[in-house]
Design a protein around this ligand. Structure first.
Ligand SMILES: [Zn+2]
Length: 421
């Protein structure tokens, strides 16, 4: 199968160039005004052609809660959002914490998934925070990210041992969901809105203190650490400071923390209930500035599907999380409006984080054909999703820029042109 994308702006190793992209089989065959015939030709003038997006923080709910999402639906939602690779979080039922389960999931992913799915493992057995997983066995089965996401691994001795062990596994990384529950288990950011809603609040300190503690351990061991979904200005500052002292630390931010603040929760809308919670306007602005300056390494969706009936309950009972795979590219584009930065934070850096060698590469002849075509000028209003869930704050909200085609290993796995046919 030969696919030709005509007239786009292409991200190559030497920067942006105007030209046609030819995909032949599973590789990029050439970039430029080459003549020839293709099985499929798409006019992509005015659009960006670059490496497929990579999400290092997706909840597929599989196994265990497949009414919300599964490998099939989640990977198709990813394709619709321009992603060619995603990392599935291990807080499933059962939790992904041993090599046998990873092997079984990888086999299913090869059959069922529309894009590449890498599986993260829990840090502790059953995500109980008590006994570490067998890092070596999981690493040998392909795992590169270890996280108890959903909970912070609080025990400093276990964090130390986990960092000690992953340090010896090239490319492996411990990722922490930073939320110290010693500060309570609030439902929204602590402050006037929590008071107005009459619910317990969660202060920024719960995150910043957790991160600061982990950075100290990482520094002492000379180990690599990744901080998941940072939500406030002081966390960014703490990470920056640690970096300046030589700590090898990366951080991610979600589209919703870049886009919204706690004021969205004024009316108790459960679509804005997520963890960490949306914080102050000043935090949101600091996250944006840090992303634009390259201080925050990457954007990750924290795609967290829940059914409408599950969210349509009293605020304190509503589950945390929003979906994000199908809207993230538009949200990020709206905030950066810079093609190179866009691909850096949504593709190159996330792929590098866990060493996904076939993804997150500027386009070049001979490279794997994992790519996305994004139209920055197209406005759209999300009205339904490929995901099984639609708990999105963007439902009915106009977005700027849209994913038009996604190619995974040379196969067109998403195309608005196909939808229109
Ligand atoms: Zn989390």
């Amino acid at each position: 199968m030969v696919i030709r994308f005509v007239g786009g702006t292409v991200l190559t190793e030497t920067g942006l160039v105007e030209g046609d992209v030819w995909v032949d089989g599973a590789t990029v065959a050439s970039i430029g005004p080459t003549a020839g015939s293709a099985d499929e030709t798409f006019d992509v003038s005015g659009m960006l052609v670059g490496p497929g997006l990579v999400d290092v923080h997706t909840h597929l709910r599989d196994p265990g809660q497949t009414w919300k999402e599964d490998l099939r639906s989640g990977s198709r939602a990813a394709a619709a959002g321009g992603y060619t690779a995603i990392v599935a979080m291990p807080n499933t039922e059962p939790a992904v914490d041993e090599a046998g389960l990873v092997g079984a999931l990888e086999e299913r992913a090869r059959d069922e998934a529309a894009v590449t799915v890498a599986f993260a493992s829990a840090l502790t057995r059953g995500r109980q925070g008590e006994e570490l997983v067998d890092f070596r066995a999981l690493y040998d089965s392909g795992v590169r990210m270890f996280t108890d996401d959903g909970d912070w691994l609080a025990d400093p001795d276990l964090v130390e041992q986990a960092l000690e062990q992953t340090r010896r596994l090239p490319g492996a990384v411990v990722a922490q969901h930073a939320e110290d529950t010693a500060y309570g288990q609030g439902h929204v950011h602590a402050g006037s809105i929590a008071e107005k809603l009459g619910v317990e609040g969660s202060p920024s300190e719960a995150e910043t203190q957790a991160v600061t503690r982990d950075l100290r351990i990482a520094e002492r061991l000379g180990a690599r650490l990744h901080i998941q979904h940072v939500s406030c200005a002081r966390t960014v500052a703490a990470v920056q400071e640690a970096r300046s002292e030589g700590v090898e630390v990366t951080m991610e931010v979600t589209p919703h923390h870049l886009d919204f603040d706690v004021s969205e929760l004024e009316g108790g809308d459960t679509r804005f209930k997520m963890f960490p919670p949306l914080r102050e306007r000043s935090d949101r602005d600091a996250l944006r500035a840090a992303l634009r300056r390259g201080v925050i390494d990457l954007v990750a969706t924290d795609h967290a599907p829940h059914l409408e009936v599950e969210k349509d309950v009293p605020f304190v009972d509503a589950p945390r999380g929003v979906i994000g795979l199908e809207t993230a590219a538009s949200v990020v584009w709206g905030l950066v409006e810079d093609p190179e930065l866009f691909f850096e934070v949504a593709s190159l850096n996330p792929a590098r984080l866990i060493g996904l060698g076939r993804h997150g590469l500027a386009l070049a002849p001979g490279r794997p054909a994992n790519l996305v075509v994004f139209d920055p000028s197209r406005r759209w209003v999300p009205s339904r999703f490929v995901s099984k869930s639609s708990n999105s704050p963007y439902l009915g909200r106009e977005l700027q820029g849209r994913v038009v085609h996604t190619v995974h290993e040379g196969r067109l796995v998403h195309s608005l042109a196909e939808v229109a046919r």
